[in-house]
Design a protein around this ligand. Structure first.
Ligand SMILES: Cc1cc2nc3c(=O)[nH]c(=O)nc-3n(C[C@H](O)[C@H](O)[C@H](O)COP(=O)(O)OP(=O)(O)OC[C@H]3O[C@@H](n4cnc5c(N)ncnc54)[C@H](O)[C@@H]3O)c2cc1C
Length: 315
């Protein structure tokens, strides 16, 4: 027998979903390896803003529970922000009311209508996890390695050929070709990072289907967003789109207008009609668990999904 077959689990994918799933499995005592085409810092996960909030993700009945489980974890991690990259930050979701949200919203501590001083319009005030993804991904990787895990750069072309008794598929948009799953499609998001002119709270506003306007204060700069472009595969920042993002954000906070641009970022959200979190058997009887298709909220639901995926990998 190939010695590789003795390894318990191979997780394919090293974004937030793969890393979090691998951490849960490794800390439960499994021997886990990650195989990934790109390291964490070059994934979609590294591009995200990233605010905890169920956005552009289905199915709603399951998403709430996954998101709330993750919220509890992030609240704990926020006690060590420098190390974990997670902070609890106040802000307002403009044009949002509590009644318009799923039942999960009633269990988010402190959500309330924004006062007139907090937002010029209808809005929802919240104190939520805001996650500095480059720091958080590096921390997750380290936690995984500390639990005995290893990370290898490998491109997988056939899940059935991954040599482990249990294979966990956390390939995000890569699942479109790998599974193959034609239901996977990109929802492009473009961001601009500027030097922070003194903004300490986050804001999302004026949500339409293609132009969600938002800004998130991160230690490395103020992240301005954004776009949601269905079926657009371009990873090249569009200068006209960047200019429009800055203009829309500056309409909400005038000091943003003159802020120096540090970076442009583009990512493709791994969208699907519903997250695929299920177990199947490979032709030779080995277990394959799928955990992909988290759209615009993979970070928001990562820990809830990771625990469920780990459960499916154990039965
Ligand atoms: C602009 C933008 C803003 C966002 N903001 C937020 C936010 O505020 N909050 C939030 O919760 N979410 C946000 N998201 C969504 C979030 O980023 C995604 O849902 C999440 O990153 C998906 O994680 P993932 O691990 O499934 O995929 P990815 O991060 O894409 O990782 C997939 C991994 O699989 C590997 N892989 C793929 N195919 C193969 C293969 N064939 N062989 C080997 N390895 C393979 C890749 O190399 C990679 O390591 C945002 C996304 C974008 C683009």
């Amino acid at each position: 027998m190939n010695s590789e077959l003795n390894d318990d689990v191979i997780v394919v994918g090293c974004g937030v979903v793969g890393l979090t799933t691998a951490v849960v499995l490794a800390e439960s005592g499994r021997r886990v390896r990650i195989w990934a085409r790109e390291p964490a810092e070059r994934t979609t996960s590294a591009v995200a803003g990233a605010l905890w909030w169920p956005y552009r993700i289905e199915p709603e009945v399951l998403v709430g529970e996954w998101a709330l489980q993750s919220l509890s974890v992030y609240e704990e991690l926020a006690a060590r922000p420098e190390e974990t990259g997670v902070r609890m930050v106040e802000g307002v979701h403009g044009e949002t009311v509590l009644d318009g949200l799923g039942s999960w919203a009633a269990r988010v501590p402190g959500l309330r209508a924004a006062t007139a001083g907090e937002y010029a319009g209808v809005g929802l005030w919240a104190r939520l996890p805001l996650i500095d993804m480059p720091v958080h991904l590096a921390w997750l990787r380290e936690r995984f390695v500390r639990a005995g895990g290893t990370v290898e750069e490998r491109y997988v072309t056939d899940l059935a050929e991954v040599p482990a008794p249990v294979v966990v598929n956390c390939t995000g948009l890569g699942a479109r070709e790998l599974v193959p799953d034609p239901g996977m499609r990109p929802v492009r998001g473009q961001l601009v990072v500027v030097e922070n002119p003194g903004v300490t709270t986050w804001l999302t506003s004026g949500e339409s289907d293609t132009k969600a306007t938002y800004f998130f204060p991160q230690p490395g700069g103020l992240i301005l967003g954004g776009t949601t472009e269905e079926d657009d595969w371009s990873l090249t920042p569009d200068p006209a789109v960047a200019e429009a993002i800055v203009r829309r954000c500056a309409a909400l906070r005038p000091e943003i207008a003159g802020a120096r641009i540090i970076d442009h970022r583009v990512g493709l959200r791994p969208a699907r009609d519903a997250v695929r979190l299920e177990r199947e058997l490979l032709p030779d009887g080995r277990v394959l668990v799928h955990n992909y298709g988290h759209g615009g909220a993979g970070i928001t639901v990562a820990w809830g999904c990771a625990r469920e995926a780990a459960g499916l990998a154990s039965r």
